[in-house]
Design a protein around this ligand. Structure first.
Ligand code: PRP
Ligand code: MN
Ligand code: MG
Length: 182
């Protein structure tokens, strides 16, 4: 049994849960992208851990690249302003792009990325998000082809997800104690 971080209220997805989800997604992607020119694009920094796992669960030819965008800064809520901090190194024109994200929350990050990457004329453009937060009210219209799992609208950390750059290294996904960010 892993010991729970003192700032974490409860665990939502254990290492075992995560491994199972990744295996399922990897198998599906492997099947869907046979004979295609797959490029996985992970969104730094949150998606790094998921990307590392997911790419090893994919058994078909693929390239990887990274983009860094940020909308949250150190805050709890999305600022709504998405900034490109690091662009792709490779050309995605005519290739089959799959954006790899850790979490779809307001959807603003992905909405921006989809639009930005579509303008570079990939052959196909899809999204694989590990978490899909069930938020009340407005969420940008994003329809990810691959979803690891839904999660409640709580402040989740771990498995790449941070609060003020902390907790990304937790091997599970947990809910932060409110007093930590209050
Ligand atoms: C977080 C998360 C997603 C995005 C989701 O990134 O990793 O990329 O927010 O939120 P949205 O759907 O409301 O746009 P963040 O901007 O915190 O940067 P990070 O990945 O470096 O933590
Ligand atoms: Mn992110
Ligand atoms: Mg963040």
């Amino acid at each position: 049994m892993e010991t729970l971080h003192p700032d974490v209220e409860k665990v939502l997805f254990t290492e075992e849960d995560i491994a199972e989800i990744v295996k399922r997604l990897g198998a599906k992607i492997t099947e869907d992208y046979q004979g295609k020119d797959l490029v996985l694009i992970a969104v730094l920094r949150g998606a790094v851990v998921f990307m590392g796992d997911l790419m090893r669960a994919i058994d078909t030819k693929c390239a990887i690249d990274f983009m860094a965008v940020s909308s949250y800064g150190n805050g709890v809520k999305s600022s709504g302003i998405v900034r490109i901090i690091k662009d792709l190194d490779i050309d995605i024109n005519g290739r089959d792009v799959l954006i790899v994200e850790d979490v779809l929350d307001s959807g603003l990050t992905l909405k921006y990325l989809m639009k930005n990457l579509a303008s570079r004329h990939p052959a196909s453009l899809e999204v694989c998000t590990f978490l899909w937060k069930d938020v009340e009210g407005k969420q940008a219209a994003i329809d990810p082809k691959y979803v690891g799992t839904h999660c409640p609208d709580e402040f989740v950390v771990g498995y790449g997800l941070d609060y003020a750059e902390r907790y990304r290294n937790l091997p599970y996904v947990g809910v932060l104690k409110p007093e930590v960010y209050a």
